[in-house]
Design a protein around this ligand. Structure first.
Ligand code: PGA
Length: 255
């Protein structure tokens, strides 16, 4: 696991976008695993700019999103489908048939999960998987308690996640209590390379436990240490609790 520490969230956005752009330029038909949430918003903005001003071409790119709320249709304003279209897809030349997001309003969510897992496996590999991290250490919606063997499935959201995500809804009662998420195994087995982004002091403890704590289902992000090719980009705030770890043999790069 390589850790990069940058000055600001803006820098995190610029560097992560360059990372994605490099992947797409190296391999125009790259498969990207994508995340939602506040953290990657700036990265998507930068990627749109790279597309518009520097002809970054997404026409052969395939994407798989990490998760979606159960019960929300794609046109619901808070669905991750809407998020992805509003903040990224509608601004670049990606083909809609190459976009994969679990269907939140699928009549049979369990079947939807099975088919999603099959679609990822059939793709062969995810060249670059973008991840955020919850302040409870979740990855996607793999909440504390998630096994490293978990695959795409319907999960109940942790109380802390419902509270954290209530900011996007008009009231906390409207936050769905279930979601479809890629599993930890889905990510660990299929992603060739992983880029995890974390910004803000509220992530500092989870980041420290991910990097230095035990490998435990109580902090699903800790399992990323078992993957051979993970880069973590942190802003100063998210890296706050790593300050006194200089003696620990970590590959930390201060940008
Ligand atoms: P955030 O969410 O980017 O909105 O902080 C990340 C996550 O919960 O995985």
């Amino acid at each position: 696991m390589e850790i990069w520490i940058v000055e600001s969230k803006q820098e995190l956005s610029i560097i992560s976008a360059k990372f994605v752009a490099h992947t797409v330029r190296q391999k125009p038909n790259a498969v990207l695993g994508l995340a939602t949430g506040s953290t990657p918003l700036g990265m998507y903005k930068e990627l749109i700019q790279l597309h518009q001003e520097h002809s970054l071409d997404f026409s052969r790119v395939t994407t798989f999103n990490l998760d979606e709320y159960v019960g929300l249709s794609s046109n619901h304003p808070q669905s991750y489908y809407s998020y992805m279209y509003n903040h990224f897809f509608q601004h670049v030349n990606i083909l809609s048939e190459n976009i994969h997001i679990p269907r939140g309003d699928a009549p049979d969510p369990e079947w939807e999960c099975k088919m999603y897992e099959v679609a990822i496996t059939e793709e062969g590999q995810i060249d670059l998987q973008i991840l955020g991290i919850g302040s409870n250490g979740h990855i996607g919606f793999n909440e504390p308690g998630s096994s490293p063997e978990s695959v795409t499935r319907v999960v109940h959201l942790a109380e802390s996640t419902i509270k954290a995500n209530a900011r996007f809804f008009t009231s906390i009662e409207l936050v769905p209590c279930q979601s479809i998420t890629m599993g930890m195994k889905t990510i660990l087995i299929n992603a060739k390379r992983i880029l995890l982004l974390a910004s803000g002091e509220e992530k500092a403890e989870a980041v420290k436990r991910m990097i230095l704590g035990n490998l435990t289902p109580q902090l699903p992000a800790s399992f990323l240490r078992t993957h051979p090719n993970v880069t973590v980009i942190l802003d100063i705030e998210a890296a706050k609790q790593l300050r006194d770890v200089n003696k620990i043999p970590l590959s930390i790069v201060y940008m």
